[in-house]
Write a new protein. Structure first.
Length: 368
């Protein structure tokens, strides 16, 4: 962790579990201006780790017969996904990103398409206190050019899918998705420091969150105060590394959803992530195979200024959750392509040691 900090990460903190043993640590600063240090128990905006919580909530409703995985979303939400598209796209396709619906973020934050210009950050500032409605974000995604055909062999990662799943949960439970997830996933897992934020600030001790936007914001800007309605049931959760590990441990032990539901969640397809890389994605779960160390399940998560990586080995005995307070640190070359940074290699070494227990473990092709 000190190596990641020395490589340029302002601050990071983590929890690693190995059987009955738990290690927690932190390195660096939570605030560049004051030098306030990071602590292992700090809260973090965990980004798309939220999707695992949302998917678990959907699977609970599948178990109760209120949702069918292979039913068309248009049957539940005809006002949001009307016509032929609503009949072709199923709930499963939303969960595993094979719906063909594009991500709405480039349209909700249009200035980021101006990267690598310094003006690329304009939308981040303009939307800091803007409150989006889910239907508004869904409409942006549906109006954009399709990312593929529904049910295609290769998925395309899209936050539009998980906005729709939030609306589906509201439709079948009669309460907001955030309230349902809080009662039936967060509380069921016994998490004490995990919540959907009620306002623009994070409750409790936390680090400032520095966004570089691939060098377009220099020096990086703090976005820890932000209205998270732009991502909602896709990536808005605040949590701690202890809580995140506890959640994935309970999920993989069959204590949040049934074993048969978990098996459905672990059926993966190839999905192109937002950064262009290929990942193995199930229903709200990312599969990572590490040579010599086993198969891990979990998710990474990014929001403006923060990244979190959480992975649990399939036997539940080895877990890691790591929080970073700088995001999109890779600066571009003359063609605009982000270039490798020392942080990348230092993070890989940290992840390998956290997952495998030593620094000599070989990196598998799916290793984050």
């Amino acid at each position: 962790m000190d190596g990641v900090h020395r490589a340029g990460m302002p601050g990071l903190f983590a929890e690693v579990r190995d059987g009955d043993r738990t290690w927690r640590g932190a390195s660096g600063v939570a605030d560049l201006a004051t030098g306030r240090p990071v602590r292992p128990d700090m809260r973090q905006r965990v980004g798309s780790i939220t999707k695992s919580f949302t998917a678990a909530a959907v699977m609970q409703q599948v178990e109760q017969g209120r949702i069918r995985l292979d039913a068309p979303i248009g049957g539940y939400l005809p006002h949001l996904v009307p016509g032929e598209r609503g009949q072709k796209i199923t709930v499963r396709m939303l969960l595993n990103h094979t719906s063909g619906l594009p991500d709405y973020i480039p349209y909700a934050f249009p200035s980021i398409r101006q990267y690598p210009s310094p003006q690329a950050s304009a939308s981040l500032d303009e939307n800091r206190f803007r409150h989006f409605r889910p239907a508004e974000l869904i409409e942006l995604g549906l109006a954009a050019p399709p990312a593929g055909e529904p049910g295609g062999p290769i998925g395309v990662y899209s936050n539009t899918n998980y906005q729709l799943l939030g609306q589906l949960l509201e439709r079948v439970t009669g309460t907001t998705a955030e309230e349902y997830i809080t009662r039936n996933v967060i509380q069921r897992a016994g998490l004490r420091h995990t919540e959907f934020p009620a306002g623009t600030r994070i409750n409790g001790p936390h680090a400032r969150m520095y966004e570089s936007l691939y060098g377009a914001i220099d020096p990086p800007r703090d976005y820890s105060v932000y209205d998270m309605s732009w991502t909602g049931t896709g990536a808005a959760l605040v949590s701690t590394m202890e809580d995140v590990n506890r959640f994935y441990g309970k999920l993989l032990a069959g204590e949040i959803v049934s074993r048969s539901s978990l098996a459905q969640m672990q059926r993966t397809v190839p999905v192109r992530a937002l950064d262009g890389t290929m990942i193995n994605y199930g229903l709200g779960l990312h599969k990572v195979s590490v040579e010599g160390c086993g198969t891990f399940w979990g998710s990474d998560g990014t929001v403006w200024g923060a990244r979190t990586m959480a992975l649990t080995r399939d036997d539940g005995k080895r877990q890691m959750s790591v929080a970073l307070n700088l995001e999109r640190w890779n600066k571009p070359d003359s063609s605009g392509k982000p270039q490798p940074h020392p942080i990348d290699g230092a993070l890989s070494a940290l992840y390998r040691q956290a997952m495998c227990g030593d620094t000599t473990a070989q990196r598998g092709e799916d290793t984050p």
